[in-house]
Design a protein around this ligand. Structure first.
Ligand SMILES: [Fe+2]
Length: 403
């Protein structure tokens, strides 16, 4: 989707002779979605992007984690703030091999990482990724160029993009939620005109999307790249550094969007989560809950109403501020909750009265920031997530109701 961009040097027309200073031809690489029938970018490499010299299978600790059904059915609460980034299941303290899977299904895998070191070069060929930085800062380097990412950024990485993550600002680790799709992650179709421009009612627009700066020219030979496909991980060694692009143009590239640039939509009475939608993927949506005025009818109940999305499982990641609807439940910054289909969820009993009392004494805004993922098929649980689970969460509504 994101609109057309040009970086570096490109020739006047596609597929004409474009020569290096030494007289040789630059090597074209068309990165394209849906078999030449959707968005693409055309990159010009100094060296052939096809030149590989070695291929080795690589252990895939995270990818081979067996996900188990949420059975017996329970709402869940995981405290990522208690994950230390240590231990065998993490693999490494970086943003590619150091992902701890939390939950997933055939459409999506959701992981958490706490990273201090640089990742290897990486290409995910199973689908797009959305990497949400909760804390810290990182330099994202790719064949297209660089994004300086910081807390609050969603970095959308198109399928097949060779890239790496380099945390900056040590000793603070980068804490990130990683959403791996089995397809493409895009702005919601309803936000866009027929030709793809953001419409006026959309809560963000092109000006809020940060493309890459670059391109990025790096020297190097025999460069390993970790490639994920449906079968697992392979380490492919390329004869030349993949970051040897002198220019590219097109509509397919990584970009960043900061959650603080989401313009909240507020109603007089409580608005449902679709007003918070930020991206859509195959069989899931991503929403951003941002600081905003509380619902402003004098009689409004300014917290969510109990609801049961019969077709969805809902994961919520609480990243900043004070989420008043879940006061008293143990949920805090860094918490992840899972409210599955089959269970009606809502605010902690008593939360509505507490917020109403706050309004009457002048508190008219909420400073909550949260990322929500609704999946249209049940989320399975990764066994490693149990190390951060709050076993009392499921009973928090009853506990509050009984006083
Ligand atoms: Fe919900």
């Amino acid at each position: 989707m994101p609109y057309y961009r040009v970086a570096g040097d490109i020739p006047a027309k596609r597929h004409i002779r474009f020569r290096r200073p030494d007289g040789g031809l630059y090597a074209e690489e068309l990165m394209g979605e849906e078999g030449f029938s959707s968005d693409s970018s055309l990159l010009y490499h100094v060296h052939p992007p096809t030149a590989i010299v070695k291929s080795e299978a690589l252990a895939d600790v995270a990818g081979e984690a067996v996900l188990v059904p949420n059975q017996p059915l329970l709402p869940r609460h995981y405290r990522t703030q208690e994950l230390t980034g240590q231990g065998e299941s993490w693999g490494a303290d970086e943003l590619v091999l150091g992902r701890l899977p939390l939950m997933g299904n055939d459409d999506i895998r959701i992981s958490f990482a706490s990273a201090v070191g640089p990742s290897e070069l990486y290409r995910n060929s199973t689908g797009d990724e959305a990497v949400y930085l909760q804390a810290g800062a990182a330099r994202f380097e790719s064949v297209y160029g660089v994004i300086d990412a910081t807390a609050g950024d969603y970095v959308i990485v198109p399928r097949g993009t060779i890239h790496r993550w380099i945390p900056v600002g040590h000793p603070e680790p980068v804490k990130a939620l990683i959403i791996e799709a089995r397809g493409h992650i895009r702005p919601p179709r309803r936000y866009l005109s027929q030709t793809g421009q953001f419409l006026e009612h959309a809560p963000y627009c092109e000006r809020d999307l940060r493309g890459v700066s670059g391109p990025l020219l790096a020297e190097g030979e025999d460069m390993p790249v970790i490639v994920r496909n449906r079968a697992g991980l392979t380490r492919l060694t390329y004869a030349y550094h993949p970051f040897d692009v002198v220019g590219w143009d097109g509509c397919l590239y990584p970009y960043a969007f900061n959650i603080a640039d989401f313009e909240p939509i507020v109603k007089r009475t409580h608005a449902p989560p679709p007003v918070h939608q930020t991206f859509e993927g195959p069989s899931f949506v991503i929403c951003s809950f941002c600081p905003r005025p509380l619902d402003f009818d004098p009689q409004s109940v300014p917290v969510p109403y109990n609801h049961h999305n019969v077709d969805s499982d809902e994961m919520m990641f609480y990243v900043a501020g004070d989420y008043s609807a879940r006061q008293g439940s143990g949920v805090g910054i860094g918490s992840i909750t899972l409210h599955p289909s089959g269970f009606t969820h809502g605010p902690t009993p008593g939360a509505a009265d507490a917020v109403i009392a706050g309004m009457e004494s002048g508190r008219l805004t909420t400073d909550e920031t949260a990322v929500m993922i609704d999946t249209f098929r049940p989320l399975l649980l990764a066994p490693d997530s149990a190390q951060a689970e709050d076993p009392e969460y499921a009973w928090s509504w009853a506990r509050a109701a009984r006083g």
